[in-house]
Design a protein around this ligand. Structure first.
Ligand code: C2G
Length: 132
């Protein structure tokens, strides 16, 4: 059983997120998502999500590729999570390329997947602002 983990805010869930989660699941048998909490978003990621943590968690848990959603409370938890959840592979979009290579020291495979270029939560918000 190959276990894969990824992290993110996943606000205003869109097909770019789904493309990432689908490819992450294809790399193993079990996919864990570390979902950024509202506090982590506001205090450390300088992001204000439209949907709350619980709403974003409900959305993620309904996706066929996702097996478990855990809270992401800080930048430091990854090195602990990979052992606690017996993870083999860490995956994230290549906008983070190089940022998490330190996980290789924990014996974890680190893979950066290409982002879906034309879509982003920021773009959705901007486009909607112009339509109302
Ligand atoms: N993503 C993507 N294509 C997009 C938008 C997002 O592949 N058009 C990917 C991102 O690369 C990331 C995941 O979807 O792997 C979640 O995106 P965000 O919610 O924007 O994640 P981010 O805020 O970058 O949080 O500790 C890691 C951070 O929590 C990552």
């Amino acid at each position: 059983m190959k276990r894969v983990i990824t992290y993110g805010t996943f606000d205003l869930l869109h097909y770019g997120h789904i493309n990432l989660l689908r490819r992450a699941k294809e790399l193993g048998d079990y996919l864990i998502v570390g979902l950024s909490t509202d506090e982590f978003n506001q205090d450390k990621k300088n992001k204000k999500s439209y949907f709350t943590y619980e709403q974003r968690k409900t959305l993620l848990e309904s996706i066929r590729y996702v097996d478990l959603v855990i809270p992401e409370n800080d930048w430091e938890q990854k090195a602990k999570d990979v052992h606690e959840y017996r993870v083999d592979t860490f995956v994230i979009g290549d906008d983070w390329k190089g940022h998490f290579d330190f996980l290789k020291d924990e014996g974890i495979e680190v893979i950066y997947l290409s982002r879906t270029p034309e879509i982003s939560t920021t773009r959705i918000k901007k486009d909607l602002d112009h339509t109302v």
